[in-house]
Write a protein that binds this ligand. Structure first.
Ligand code: ARG
Length: 417
């Protein structure tokens, strides 16, 4: 039913011998098909499709989405993402159906093709590539990187961290697998993709420089800003979440929109536990950073966000600001309401990290609930550094009821409890 919240059951226990389907697969499939047909009346007979899916589940323990169902699933998963402020354009998501792909080299190649198509010379296109799903007894492939493009982080410099501290673990894993960055360790070394095919060890795959559009940061008024040597990549392609729809989990389904400036300025470059740039920017601005009462951080972070906005815009790379996006989000809520749908939203993620109370999304509350289809973190996600990850993974995972064999497990250095 459109807009009806679905409770997330705990994954059920199962018998070892017969890999069971995911919990409630049939019920989940039926709810999804009902939603798809309710929103796509031209799709034909719901009853006929239900019968077909029931037969498929009965004989093989799973079923295959049609192309139209998969496209709808991905778009609605975005629409249901309670933490995303940018959902007004959920219908514009383009879907690359690569469900036949599960080999590591092919996943890496298709991921790079995704990156190039999404980048589109700076006119960023919202895009998702869907790789092979989990099926009974056979998990799908995984991409272990948080995003297709991320910068390496090295903790052992002696002089403090080099690069992105959010990437310490994945960088260490890349090194363990044999990756070596070219030249000396830098603050903005693009990590390789680390792909784990079903039943095999992860492998690393270089992300070539010509696949990654980056924007060097400069400030419209402060000429010294460029000397900081800061840069960021153009397209955030989330690669460590799984798409769940109708009880089917697609564990590798990288997707992207475009950046809002505060993600880069306030958080990636501004957070003390990330690139921690505010003290340096404040000092260049001539502010004393030893007295909180001067509000030096507020002033520095605003200039950093402005530099991000200005640099992306001058480079012709799509970017948005938190004021514009807040107004758009409320418009999205209104449209959803008019369409008779409840829209889940998490206040603590929707409200921007800068100038919160100057945006209209701050001044109200939202209903938050888990609706399917959706994107979920993997249960063994190493977690984000800000401690904000409390997710338990996809509620509909196929389970074998026992610990996976060694080859199915992620490297131990990767898994945190
Ligand atoms: N906040 C993440 C980052 O800074 C990106 C998350 C997705 N953002 C987006 N605008 N689609 O890299």
């Amino acid at each position: 039913m459109p807009g009806v919240a679905e409770l997330r059951p705990l994954s059920g226990d199962a018998d070892d011998s017969q890999p069971p389907p995911g919990p409630d697969l049939l019920a989940r499939a039926e709810r999804f098909l009902a939603l798809f047909h309710a929103e796509n009346p031209e799709a034909g007979s719901l009853g006929e499709r239900m019968r077909q899916v029931r037969r498929e589940i009965k004989s093989g323990g799973t079923y295959r989405h049609t192309t139209a169902e998969l496209t709808f699933a991905a778009r609605v998963a975005w629409r249901n993402s309670a933490r995303c402020i940018g959902r007004l354009y959920w219908r514009s998501l383009q879907v690359r159906d690569r469900r036949e792909v599960s080999a590591a080299a092919q996943i890496a190649a298709e991921s790079l093709a995704h990156l190039r198509a999404a980048t589109n010379g700076g006119r960023i296109r919202p895009l998702i590539t869907v790789f092979a799903p989990d099926s009974p007894g056979q998990p799908g492939p995984r991409i272990l990187n948080a995003q297709l493009v991320r910068y390496a982080g090295y903790s052992d410099g002696g002089t403090g961290p080099v690069g992105d501290p959010a990437s310490f673990k994945i960088t260490q894993l890349a090194h363990e697998l044999g990756w070596r960055n070219r030249g000396p360790r830098g603050h903005f070394d693009v990590l390789p993709l680390i792909v784990k095919p079903p039943g095999a060890e992860p492998t690393w795959h270089e992300v070539p420089a010509d696949a990654v559009l980056e924007v060097p940061l400069q400030h419209p008024d402060y000429s010294w800003f460029a000397e900081l040597g800061l840069r960021w990549y153009a397209v955030p392609v989330i690669s460590d979440m799984q798409l769940e729809a109708g009880g089917i989990c697609y564990p590798a389904a990288p997707f992207n929109g475009w950046y809002m400036c505060t993600e880069i300025g306030s958080r990636d470059l501004g957070d003390a536990a990330r690139y921690n740039q505010l003290p340096e920017i404040a000092s260049r601005m001539g502010l004393t950073s030893n007295d909180d009462r001067t509000l030096w951080k507020d002033r520095a972070v605003t200039e950093l966000n402005l530099a991000v906005m200005h640099s992306f815009t001058s480079a012709g790379v799509t970017i948005t600001d938190h004021h514009t996006e807040s107004v758009r989000f409320l418009k999205h809520l209104e449209i959803e309401e008019r369409s008779g749908r409840a829209c889940p939203a998490d206040w603590s993620w929707i409200v921007p990290p800068a100038a919160a109370s100057t945006t209209p999304v701050f001044h109200r509350y939202y209903a938050n609930f888990d609706a399917s289809p959706n994107f979920y973190r993997h249960a063994d996600d190493p977690g984000c550094n800000d401690g904000a990850c409390i997710d338990e993974g996809c509620p509909a995972r196929f389970t074998t009821g026992h610990r996976p064999a060694a080859a199915e497990r992620l490297p131990s250095s990767w898994v945190t409890t």
